[in-house]
Design a protein around this ligand. Structure first.
Ligand SMILES: [Zn+2]
Length: 128
């Protein structure tokens, strides 16, 4: 994809980003459907406690993945809304424009690279 060197998102670019976001969304929705099905199928009794423990840790992993997927789905949906409202490439934190190449690599980001780096630094110091 060739991006126009301007902050304004062109109609062609909008279509490109939207297609990309919608593809991510449909892939995620298909995937989470499968997880739900699998979990229903394995809802059973376990004679061996080891099997039960394995099942539960698998179930926990599946739930964690689904939780992450749900959050990502939310982010994708709000990115599509921002795209329609012409705010897709505006940084939520400082109001500067997010580079188009950055949005291409991280289609759900709401932060410009500077704010993202600041946020990561903050997260690091909080963890210590
Ligand atoms: Zn920013």
């Amino acid at each position: 994809m060739e991006f126009v060197d301007s902050h304004k998102i062109t109609a062609k670019e909008r279509k490109y980003y939207k297609g990309k976001l919608e593809k991510m969304l449909s892939e995620l929705e298909e995937g989470s459907g499968e997880t739900v099905q699998e979990m229903k199928d394995t809802n059973q009794e376990f004679p061996d406690p080891t099997d039960r423990a394995n099942y539960e840790s698998e179930r926990n992993t599946a739930l964690r993945i689904r939780d992450r997927e749900r959050k990502l789905i939310k982010k994708i949906r709000s990115a599509i809304v921002r795209l329609e409202e012409d705010e897709y490439n505006v940084c939520k934190e400082c109001g500067e424009y997010i580079r188009k190449q950055r949005l291409d690599a991280r289609p759900v980001t709401t932060l410009c690279i500077n704010c993202k780096e600041l946020e990561e630094q903050k997260e690091k110091t909080q963890q210590i």
